[in-house]
Write a protein that binds this ligand. Sequence first.
Ligand code: ADP
Ligand code: ZN
Length: 335
Amino acid sequence: MVFSSNLNDRNCTYFIKDNIFDNVTKYTTDYKKVVIITDDNVHFIYKDLLNKYLPNALLFSFKPREKNKSLKIALSLIDFLVDNNISNQDLLIAFGGGVVLDLVGFVSSIYKRGITYFSIPTTLLAQVDACIGFKTAIDYKGLKNVIGSFYLPSKVFIDYTFIKTLPNRQIRNGLFEVIKMGLVYDKSLFDLLLTNNIKKELPNIINKAIVDKLEIVKQDPYDNNIRKILNYGHTIGHAIESNNRFNNILHGEAVAYGMLYETTNQEIKNKLLEIYKKIHFTLKLNVDINKLVSYIYNDKKVSDDTIIVPVVETIGRCDLINMKISEFIKMIGAR
Ligand code: ADP
Ligand code: ZN
């Protein structure tokens, strides 16, 4: 399957298929030098594949973990590019999860005022979320995505077979963003998760989530209106991540708790819990909602004591409501 999206005068093509490297190499021949950026786990698992398809590419690999989505690693990547005389006519390939994609996207947007890059997402979360929507970012001073830009990869290659080597916890991590998409935008996707065998339907589920996100981003590329529905569960989710200093909790898991707190309709909450049970997610984090309030005031979405809150009253439909923070705090049951 092939889709495309635009941002200003730039275009991005999305290819969704198996054996994706057959496709990738069709397009790398246009470039004199190719740099693959990945993390050590992904490199370890897929080094033979990389050697087979891109034997002449340069390789930059760094230690996995969100804390490495840092200025330090971004600068060491830039050092590597400079030391290897990479020009802005060469190509970068981001091969990995959201950390790799966000970091490479950011460096691509600033290196010599912009270099072309391809994305090859290898986690479910990155396939349904990070690889779409041209947001690039690194974390700074303990704050998530605080330095970043909007920048389009030239091509995105999505291959479900990468998911086969992904640990179950990471698969579930991606599923929470898919559940969110169903909740705020696509009832048929939510019903599919609720009633079908998720493992069996995974390619279909990933496809639907991608098409949905492309549709939303197309309407609001710079995240000024409808795209904000994708923040569902994220105000509390981000607060939980910050409160835990990003330890022991994955992004999707924090959003899973966030969605529960941000859902006031009991019937919808029950359905959410039903899906959580189906994917064997037990709620064991002790969330002290009152402790999260200070983080909510620091949220990017907050200005002048008001916050735009995505509210779901019917599955598949989401309204954006301007609330005083005090109202939001009451809504989620905090003091
Ligand atoms: P995301 O933000 O998409 O969850 P990360 O970049 O934080 O992704 O990756 C999560 C973890 O999964 C990292 O430890 C990474 O090395 C590992 N990983 C990424 N892709 C794969 C894969 N296809 N198979 C196994 N592990 C992977
Ligand atoms: Zn998210």
